[in-house]
Design a protein around this ligand. Structure first.
Ligand SMILES: [Fe+2]
Ligand SMILES: [Fe+2]
Length: 178
């Protein structure tokens, strides 16, 4: 049965994929240019901002909203749920590496700088891990969720997702540069 909470998460996947495509294009440019154009730095900043906000919130929605409900039907410590949580950690780690690289890149914005190397290496890992992660969720975990969860589960999960979004927005407006 199609679930609203799953449709909500899939919609977010499409937004993440679009940003990954942009990131990939920017990283590829590092291979063909010496100086990084100011426009690319601004675009990387916008991507970093999107990931800090939308990707971090998306992961929280799954870890604390959807996965606990699925824990009634499969073990939490092994199998698909554990793999997905492990990949969330890997994604978060590469994303942090990318952010750090971006900070270094702003000090020395040539494509052969250490910062450019960090952005490229962490960015590539992030793109690769995240694309395969989204594919697995949409082809394995989400269909499983739709085969087991009830309309009442859907309602409760959706409510949690909305609460996470509201909390996240409140925290972001209290600490706009955090
Ligand atoms: Fe995920
Ligand atoms: Fe996801």
């Amino acid at each position: 049965m199609p679930l609203h909470c799953i449709q909500n998460l899939i919609g977010e996947h499409r937004a993440v994929e679009k940003v990954l495509g942009e990131l990939e294009g920017l990283i590829d440019d590092f291979l063909t240019t010496q100086e990084i154009p100011a426009g690319s730095l601004a675009a990387l900043d916008r991507i970093a901002e999107f990931l800090s906000r939308d990707l971090v919130l998306h992961i929280q929605k799954e870890d604390d909203g959807l996965f606990p409900a699925l824990g009634r039907f499969m073990p939490a410590q092994l199998g698909p749920l554990a793999v997905m949580r492990g990949e969330h950690e890997q994604i978060t780690e590469s994303f942090r590496g990318l952010l750090e690289g971006l900070t270094h890149l702003k000090c020395c914005s040539t494509t052969d700088s250490a910062g450019a190397g960090e952005v490229r290496d962490h960015g590539r890992i992030l793109i690769q891990v995240l694309r395969s992660h989204l594919f697995k969720e949409e082809h394995v975990l989400f269909p499983f969720a739709e085969s087991r969860l009830s309309p009442e589960d859907d309602r409760q999960i959706l409510q949690k997702l909305e609460e996470f979004t509201a909390d996240f927005s409140r925290a972001a407006s209290a600490h706009p540069h955090a």
